[in-house]
Design a protein around this ligand. Sequence first.
Ligand code: MSP
Length: 508
Amino acid sequence: MKNKFYITTPIYYVNAEPHIGHTYTTVAADVLARYHRLLGEDVFFATGTDEHGAKIEQKAATAGKDPQEFTNQVSAKFQMAWDEFDISHNRFIRTTEPDHIKAVQNALQYMYDKGDIYKDKYEGLYCTGCEQFKNEKDLVNGKCPDHQTVPEKMSEETYMFRMSKYADKLFSLIKSDKLKIRPLARKNEILSFYHDGLKDVSFSRRNVKWGIPLPWDKSHTAYVWSDAFLNYLTILSWTGRGPKLNSKAKEFWPADVQLMSKDILRVHATIWPAMLLSLGLPTPKSIFVHGFFLIDGAKMSKSLGNVISPDDLLGRYGVDGARYLLMSATTFGHDGDIGFAAFDEKFNADLANGLGNLVARVVAMTLKLIKSGGELKKKESFLNWKKIINEYQENMAAIALDAALKTLTNAARATDKYITDTTPFKIIGKDNDKAGEILYQCLENIRLITLLIWPFMPGTAEKIWQNLGQQPATVLSQKLTKNIINKHINISGDLIKPKPPFPRLSNI
Ligand code: MSP
């Protein structure tokens, strides 16, 4: 039976259009989903939009729109953006879909019937930007550090979730890596958060109308996070009836990797797994937390207004250029500053002068060789591919995406240097046997680089295969198996001199 792999992104709020922070997480999840498909696994890749709650209710009112109309429009923008970025999700879920709503009601009813949800009065400081209650010690100068706003004092009748009941169990699941949180620093941060104990959490709002009504008391709507978390199961068509799983959910739950940034780790490492325990379901296998993109040291966010749009990236670098730059911009798992100047430089160095130029050169020389009566001569590559593939796979398994890419840019650079050192362009027509051996190795390197880079830049890899006379579907059907090194390139189709896939940016 095929290995299963289930990966999720957060479902994004629709209070504003997608920005590159969202794009970053989604492209990273896409890279992992494609990589696992390349391994021959059965992958489910989930993403979507989070459409209820006070924040969106307010935003729709400000825009003078009915909330459903408003969320329809913004959610469509997310879906279009993911199409443009070549995202290969299996399903896009919206929390306003009737099946999701019904399943959330069933699930909350299940928890209520079990005694895990109870009526109380709650007082606290609420940050609408985060859609979370905050402790005094979470604030900096009285403000939410992520949104730079003073949280609202709230006191209202609410239904509480008995999260405290699951604290010990969750602590040991996290400590033992049964629920693995990475990078390690993030795991430790969560474990120390557990040291102060877990309090019960407010799970319903009386004053928010734009939400899912609690089935047993329709004067309350479900807390937006309780609604949102369940998307990870409802996207698999789970109906909310506690531990009873339908076939798709049985196949894929628990998730292998839940990808997100640090802003929402705490809720994902407390409320979410506590809900799963209450529902009698296993917790996810792992949560991976990447850093924030910063601009001049500040978090880029809709609320702060310092957003770079995904369209800016697409317009300037093309889909695969943008995907490459996002994935190589910073050390995956850590914060990093980004900006157009650094992107431009990397684009020219790694793509225009790097991979793009390498393919163009090698194809042109091979055509010249064939024209002069020579042919390619099979020879084992001067690069140690066994080692490179191992390193790449280790990095992919550890979700060190930038490091995995680096192994490939290094291989492209080494091939370029090999050409400079061995000067096949000078010996074509004079020593065709030698030139044939050199070019064969270069083509082999390109074959393996493009196969491994496919999860990052699928369109480019497929175009390059076509330039080399290979059918993308055939190449992909080989999968990334152990004997991939011995497959060897078989240039049987026609070589096509490529148009530069990454035209050099000249105005820098
Ligand atoms: N709706 C909730 C998530 C519910 S999941 C059950 C939410 N939405 S959000 O639109 O605010 O998305 C937050 C996520 O977007 C982050 O965890 C991260 O994945 C991504 N990013 C948002 N801004 C980012 C940066 N500046 N940098 C990197 N990623 C960023 O929270």
